[in-house]
Ligand binder design. Structure first.
Ligand code: GLA
Length: 370
């Protein structure tokens, strides 16, 4: 990298950080106008740089040792540099909404495992927007910032994700869960019970949302809601779903059962969190995973194996896949004093059962973008 040249072009230097997130409960509910519980974690994306005086944007990935430089007025989606599109999407979307900016240089560093389903893409978007807000003195509400980052991912990157990832990265609060109502677009933080640890275990199988599975699941949820005369699956209870079963194909029924069940589990989960009932919350996590496995079919055998290993341990309150699915990681809620031992056991057992390596991360719940 020609660091010297880059530094000469910078007028000032700004650092921004946006955390990754772990979805605790409420799988695939966000685009169904439902409820989600998540938390920001102590890993994320840090960006660093400042304005350039030549009207160009230069983005550098330190991990990939790659740089993309484009004129701010005229750029397209990068065909061979996917990593750059998250930041470029933010530039395009905010510019389209009237936010003033000129050229800038930005270096990107991340300690989020790629493909683990911990929202490295949203973390890049939110870090970029936070960085640009600071440099160009934008006056913007946090929720609007999260929504424009989501729009960047929907329209520029081309993934129809809901609002969960960006909201979690913006609104994270140390030692608290984030409760998002995707219809009301309200965010609340709920203190997380003490004495419990969050263990994230990456199966090593990369999940890629850019694939078609995610969008296919969305369509199936929308068609199920439509056939039941509902605006969204948010409006359907599990009793109503049973009553409408013959209006739906088997696949629509099972997809809808997952989402409707998840929304109900989040409502229960909030009460368990508020009363510090980690065991009760954990049972909902196991139920969520089982529904992913059988109804939504967004699990894979490796994630099932990780949940199975966790389930054998009394000190694990609950475990489930986290995020989009189709690979990625599980999240387990564990008695803090046992967390290290269980992390080691997960790695050993997984290797024994599958022949592959998994990676464990004991995470702290952290603050949002800053
Ligand atoms: C991905 C998407 C989110 C959400 C989850 C599943 O992380 O980006 O919007 O839909 O999957 O809950």
């Amino acid at each position: 990298m020609r660091g010297g040249t880059l530094r000469n072009l910078l007028v000032q230097s700004i650092i921004a950080h946006a955390p990754g997130r772990v979805e605790l409960l409420g799988n695939h509910t966000d685009y169904n106008e439902g409820l989600v519980l998540s938390a920001a974690i102590d890993r994320g994306v840090t960006v660093h740089g400042g304005p350039r005086t030549d009207g160009r944007i230069s983005l550098t990935s330190l991990a990939l040792e790659k740089r993309v430089t484009v004129p701010i007025q005229d750029f397209d989606k990068q065909k061979d540099e996917d990593w750059a599109n998250y930041a470029l999407g933010v530039v395009r979307t905010f510019a389209n909404h009237g936010f003033q900016m000129s050229g800038f240089a930005m270096e990107i560093v991340s300690d989020l495992p790629i493909g683990a389903g911990l929202s490295s893409s949203a973390a890049i978007e939110v870090a970029t927007a936070t960085f640009l807000r600071k440099i160009f003195h934008w006056d913007i509400e946090p929720l609007r910032l999260a929504k424009l980052c989501r729009q960047a991912e929907n329209e520029f990157v081309g993934v129809n994700c809901g609002l969960l990832d960006q909201v979690s990265s913006v609104f994270g609060k140390k030692n608290s869960a984030i409760y998002l109502d995707c219809r009301q677009e309200t965010v609340e933080t709920i203190p997380f019970p003490g004495e419990v640890a969050l263990l994230i275990t990456h199966s090593g199988i990369k999940h890629a949302l850019v694939g078609g599975e995610y969008n296919e699941r969305r369509e199936r949820c929308f068609s199920a809601a439509k056939k039941m005369g509902a605006r969204a699956l948010r409006d359907v209870t599990s009793g109503e779903l049973e009553g409408s079963r013959d209006k739906l194909t088997n696949l629509e029924y099972r997809r809808a059962a997952h989402v409707v069940g998840e929304i109900e589990r989040v409502s229960q989960g909030i009460e368990f969190l508020r009363t510090g009932n980690s065991r009760g919350f954990g049972e909902l996590m196991y139920a969520s995973h089982e529904s992913s496995r059988t109804n939504f079919e967004n699990s894979i055998p490796e994630l099932d194996m990780l949940v199975h290993i966790a389930h054998d341990e009394d000190a694990v309150f609950g475990s489930r896949l986290t995020g989009g699915g189709f690979g990625g990681a599980t999240v387990s809620l564990i008695e803090a004093s046992q967390a290290q031992r269980i992390a080691e056991k997960m790695e050993k057992e997984y290797k024994k059962q599958t022949g592959n390596e998994c990676r464990t991360y004991l995470c702290e719940i952290d603050d949002g973008a800053r």
